[in-house]
Write a protein that binds this ligand. Structure first.
Ligand code: ATP
Ligand code: MG
Length: 418
């Protein structure tokens, strides 16, 4: 993409009312647009990042047998009344509305209810199990505090997977697989080092649920981290009994602020009982389906990456997440050899399928470099009359380390084709 054609512009200042670093940087760099408090639109660069995060999650969900679906954001009150969660006294974050005929609808905050209800049409016998369905769906939550930018918004995409199993053993095997898939996802998304599998309360059907907590001062949660075991304990389950269970000592745990980027939860028969989601087992008896739910917020992940990996000059995207592989910056004046060389390289790389943001704007070098650092693409290549004079070379800079080297066109191509 030619930067001269990109309709978003970088800006020096973020909106005055924006207190979160992630939103400040993402707005300044042109990734997102603030529609209102807690509601953000994704611009071309932001959508590319979002789609990359979604791609990684989708690959890992498909790898453990997930089947992608797309449920509805608009929800039927009648379906939700069966678990009691329609009631404001149970869930006070609904956005509700009504149809012309007066019947009530809500904008989905989560999808356990509708997915359990609809699975009754498809699950009848043990042959229909296990099944794993997931989606990327917009959720609406009337969050009270929305001061964390895209880490806590009132409208956000969630990946939610629901598992349907014959018995506890089959459920447990999948639950462990999902946990490992999550570990892999956060590694690929560049958050592996500071993300901890965190023991949290399991509700009435299992001892624990697991949260994936990324340590950052921007987080709203407190966790107790055990560095040696690379696990953490959520504040609500920090008891002597749990410490004994996990084989850790209280004095080895360090309190840290963190954000929950994902969670996995055993639901037992809570929802299948409410909707009578049953199957006929091999011995001919009728049994309730054992369920689990598994969430990740791609927008919250994007915000967390910005919070934890940016520096004083701007954003630093991990490779799999970055909106482009390369930021090609031409310093050539219109009509110069340097400009021509940059255009040639841009079209060669594009033909090879390498995604390049090409800064072809007629601006001062300092402005271009500042924008490049702010936007945060992992590799920056500069072509100028000076670099050309050094034997058709380019100046390559790694955003993360700041390391600079001179490379030839062929060396750059080899590196990007890896
Ligand atoms: P929190 O306690 O932080 O509000 P939650 O327990 O409500 O989170 P879930 O309902 O389990 O979260 O949602 C699953 C995932 O969706 C979370 O792990 C998080 O990544 C994401 N998520 C939840 N609420 C938001 C939000 N308001 N904005 C962006 N992402 C969110
Ligand atoms: Mg919440």
């Amino acid at each position: 993409m030619r930067q001269s054609q990109l309709f978003t512009k970088t800006r020096k200042e973020a909106p005055k009312d924006e207190v979160a670093k992630n939103a400040q940087l993402l707005i300044r760099a042109g990734y997102i647009y603030k529609e209102m408090a807690g509601v953000y639109a994704y611009m071309p660069l932001g959508l590319r990042v979002m789609n990359n995060i979604i791609r990684v999650i989708r690959e890992e969900m498909d790898a453990i047998g997930g089947q992608e679906i797309f449920l509805t954001a608009l929800q039927d009150k009648k379906v939700w009344e069966k678990t009691g969660r329609w009631s404001e006294s149970v869930l006070d974050i609904w956005f509700k509305s009504e149809l012309k005929n007066g019947s009530q609808v809500g904008l989905g905050i989560t999808h356990e209810e509708p997915v359990t209800n609809l699975m009754r049409d498809y699950i009848h016998s043990y042959r229909d199990l296990p099944r794993y369905a997931y989606q990327f769906q917009t959720k609406f939550r009337n969050e009270e505090r929305a001061k964390s930018g895209i880490m806590r918004s009132r409208e956000f995409i969630m990946k939610d997977l629901y598992s349907f199993s014959k018995d506890q053993k089959e459920h447990d095997v999948f639950y462990e697989k999902a946990k490992q898939a999550y570990v892999k996802i956060f590694q690929r998304l560049g958050l592996g080092e500071r993300t901890y599998v965190t023991f949290a309360s399991g509700g009435s059907f299992s001892k624990y649920s697991h949260e994936f907590q990324t340590v950052t001062d921007a987080g709203e949660d407190l966790v107790y981290v055990h560095e040696g075991k690379k696990i953490a304990v959520n504040k609500e389950v920090l008891t002597d009994e749990v410490l004994k269970d996990l084989g850790v000592k209280r004095e080895d745990l360090v309190e840290k602020k963190a954000v929950e980027v994902g969670n996995i939860f055993s639901l037992g028969t809570k929802f299948s009982d409410a909707y009578e989601l049953c199957f006929v087992s091999e011995d001919g008896t009728k049994k309730p389906v054992i369920m689990g739910s598994y969430g990740i917020g791609p927008g919250r992940v994007m915000g967390t990456i910005v919070e934890t990996l940016s520096d004083a000059n701007g954003i630093v995207w991990p490779e799999e997440v970055a909106p482009f592989r390369l930021h090609l910056v031409s310093l050539g004046k219109p009509g110069s050899d340097a400009e021509k060389a940059a255009v040639d390289l841009y079209s060669e790389l594009s033909k090879l399928g390498v995604e390049v943001l090409f800064d072809d704007r007629d601006l001062r070098p300092g402005e271009k470099f500042a924008d490049s650092d702010l936007i945060g693409i992992p590799l920056r290549a500069v072509i100028s009359d000076k670099t050309l004079a050094m034997g058709g070379a380019l100046e390559l800079k790694e955003r993360k380390t700041g390391a600079v080297s001179m490379v030839t066109k062929e060396e750059l191509k080899n590196r990007l084709m890896r």
